[in-house]
Design a protein around this ligand. Structure first.
Ligand SMILES: [Zn+2]
Ligand SMILES: [Zn+2]
Length: 321
C-alpha cells in the first residue's frame, strides 16, 4: 500500500516559505530610548538604593512599590506570558484588555514585541535563533559569563526586532491589542508618574510624591526587570530538571515568589501551554492562583490546568537518568 503525502498549496499567509525571523531593525531613536529605559532603572538600583536606603523611604512608598510590582509583574506573567503568548486560558474582553495594560506597565517592551520575542524563544529554545539563550557562546567559564550577560540584559540592547508578522499574527489581527500596543509610551509614562501622584496625594506633600516616584516608580521597574530577566538567564542555567524539555530550562525555587511562579521554568518549557508552572503542591505559583480566582469569578475560562496524565507524560523517568 502506498501513502501519498500531499503538499499543502501555498496560501496567502505563506506565499513562499516562512516569513523572515526578524523584522525591520529598530530606529536609532527607538534604540536610544529603549537603552535608556533598560539602563537607567538598573543604575538607580545599583547606585541609589544603597545610598538612599533609610533615607526618604516611607511605608507609603513600600506599599505603593509592592502594589505596582504586583500589578505590572502579574500583567506580564498572567497576561503577556500565560495568556497572550501561550494561550493557557481564554479571557473575557475587559479582562484581556486589563491584562494587556497591566503588562505594559512593566516597561518590558510593547505587548506585540514581548509576545513575538517570547514565542521565538520557545521556537528556538537554547539554539541559534533564540533571542536570549545563555548557551550560545560556548560552555567555557568565559563563554557562560558572556552567555549569562546576553541572556539577562545584553539581548535587550540589541537592535534586532523579532518579526511580529511571523510570530504574533493573532495579536496583529486583534484591534483591542493593537490599540493598547500603540500607546506604549503613554503606559510607560503612567507607570512612573502614577506612583508619584498617589504618593503625593496620600502624604499631601511634594516630598511624598518624589519618594514614591523614586521607590515605587524607578526602583520597582528596575527590580522587576531583573527578576523577569533572571527567568531567561538563571532559569536556563541552574536548577532542577525533573521534566522533559528540549532545552536547558530549569526549576529554580529561590525565585518562585518574586517571579510569581515563573521560575518553575523547566515545567514551563516541557508543557508551555499549562496555566500552572509550579505543579507540585509546595511549588508556589502566584500567577496560577490568581488565574484560578479569575476562573471562579467567571472572568477567564478554558484554563489548561495540568492533569496527572499530562504530567506523567513529561516526567523524566528514572531510566532516563
Ligand atoms: Zn525559557
Ligand atoms: Zn513561555
Amino acid at each position: 500500500m502506498t501513502t501519498t503525502v500531499e503538499t499543502p498549496a501555498p496560501t496567502e499567509e505563506t506565499p513562499r516559505g516562512p516569513k523572515p525571523m526578524l523584522g525591520e531593525p529598530r530606529s536609532t531613536t527607538a534604540h536610544i530610548t529603549i537603552c535608556a529605559f533598560v539602563i537607567i532603572p538598573t543604575l538607580v538600583l545599583i547606585a541609589a538604593v544603597p545610598l538612599a536606603w533609610g533615607w526618604g523611604l516611607s511605608w507609603v512608598d513600600i506599599g505603593l512599590a509592592v502594589f505596582f510590582y504586583y500589578l505590572s509583574g502579574l500583567g506580564v506573567t498572567i497576561g503577556f506570558h500565560r495568556h497572550f503568548t501561550h494561550g493557557s486560558f481564554k479571557a473575557k474582553r475587559p479582562v484581556r484588555i486589563g491584562l494587556a495594560v497591566a503588562g505594559m506597565m512593566a516597561v518590558q517592551g510593547s505587548i506585540l514585541h514581548w509576545v513575538a520575542d517570547h514565542r521565538r524563544h520557545h521556537a528556538f529554545s537554547d539554539k541559534e535563533g533564540d533571542p536570549h539563550s545563555p548557551w550560545l557562546h560556548g560552555t567555557t567559564p568565559w563563554g557562560l559569563t558572556k552567555g549569562f550577560w546576553h541572556a539577562h540584559m545584553g539581548w535587550t540592547l540589541n537592535r534586532d526586532k523579532t518579526n511580529a508578522e511571523r510570530f504574533a499574527p493573532d495579536l496583529l489581527a486583534d484591534n483591542d491589542i493593537k490599540l493598547v500596543d500603540k500607546y506604549f509610551s503613554l503606559f510607560t509614562v503612567a507607570t512612573f508618574v502614577l506612583p508619584g501622584v498617589l504618593g503625593g496625594l496620600i502624604t499631601w506633600s511634594w516630598w511624598g510624591a518624589l519618594t514614591a516616584f523614586f521607590w515605587a516608580g524607578i526602583v520597582r521597574v528596575g527590580f522587576l526587570h531583573h527578576v523577569t530577566w533572571s527567568t531567561n538567564s538563571i532559569c536556563h542555567l541552574i536548577g532542577d530538571r525533573p521534566f522533559k524539555s528540549k532545552d536547558k530550562a530549569a526549576n529554580f525555587w529561590p525565585l518562585a515568589i518574586l517571579s510569581f511562579g515563573e521560575s518553575w521554568h523547566n515545567l514551563h518549557h516541557a508543557d508551555p501551554t499549562s496555566a500552572r508552572h509550579g505543579v507540585k503542591r509546595w511549588q508556589l505559583d502566584t500567577s496560577a492562583r490568581i488565574i484560578w480566582i479569575f476562573e471562579k469569578f467567571g472572568w477567564v475560562h478554558s484554563v489548561r490546568w495540568p492533569s496527572e496524565q499530562r504530567l506523567a507524560r513529561i516526567t523524566v523517568t528514572e531510566a532516563a537518568h
